[in-house]
Write a protein that binds this ligand. Structure first.
Ligand SMILES: [Zn+2]
Length: 255
């Protein structure tokens, strides 16, 4: 079974026979709709027709049956859909004098980091609520929907890479102490003055990326002054998300 997403339907074919309907996927060709039952086939055809009419991308499962590639599921139009099993990933990162453990969960092209925030005494629940919102938006807006993964057949169907942070009380990938700001932040110490951009940088460490700004303690650091999120909290570039497509055996491309 293959999971595809970001596919466009450019053509439909059906005939007055039981469960015999086909879909033309852009640049890929004809796919038969699952004919295990008339009900399934009809439902898939209705979804495919809607996708064609609206010219929106779909996610789907397909499998080889005899000589035909058969679509067995069509998901909603959002990237993602049912993307297979979740893989818990964790590995040691060592850069110069710094070392930490990167950890996250990857399900298809969706990456989640579970973070337990532990605020210092005196930081109110209301402040924490505001910070959780700010930091989540900063992280998810910065990392998500910039790049996608393309399967070996080409980039006609492309799954957007999306990232999320989950604030949890247990089963965390990372514990982050929250201090009253301003103070110096790192991956596991944030403060109340930290912006969403700062959080998006620390999130990059959780994904396994070292800093990319000049550091007297690391004179041989490379690359430096890259103008990316790992340098100045700004941009996510392709090489920072490539490992997630590599893990799926797919190539990375800009959306
Ligand atoms: Zn950093």
């Amino acid at each position: 079974m293959t999971v595809l997403c970001g596919c466009f339907v450019d053509g439909l074919w059906a005939i007055n026979e039981t469960a015999n309907a086909w879909v033309w996927l852009r640049n890929r060709g004809w796919r038969k709709l699952d004919n295990s039952s008339t009900q399934i086939c009809t439902r898939l055809l209705a979804l495919a027709a809607l996708a064609k009419q609206r010219n929106v991308a779909i996610s789907l499962h397909e499998e080889q049956r005899g000589g035909d590639l058969v679509i067995t599921e069509i998901y909603d139009y959002a990237a993602g859909g049912a993307m297979g099993p979740t893989e818990e990933v964790s590995f040691a990162v060592n850069e110069c004098v710094y070392g930490w453990t990167a950890a996250y969960a990857q399900r298809g092209t969706h990456v989640t980091v579970r973070v337990r925030l532990v605020p210092d005494a005196g930081i109110s629940a209301a402040t924490m609520n505001t910070l959780r919102d700010t930091w989540r938006r900063g992280i998810e807006d910065k990392w998500s929907n910039r790049f996608g993964c393309c399967d070996s057949a080409g980039c006609d169907c492309r799954c957007a890479l999306t990232f999320s942070v989950e604030w949890v009380d247990s089963n965390e990938h990372n514990t982050v102490a929250v201090h009253v700001g301003p103070s110096r932040s790192d991956m596991t110490n944030w403060d109340t003055m930290d912006t969403g951009d700062v959080a998006s940088h620390e999130f990059g460490h959780m994904l396994g990326h070292p800093d990319e700004y000049p550091d007297a303690a690391c004179p041989r650091r490379s690359p430096v002054s890259t103008g990316t999120v790992m340098d100045d909290n700004t941009e996510v570039v392709e090489r920072l998300v490539r490992p997630f497509c590599d893990r799926l055996g797919e190539t990375t491309s800009a959306l």
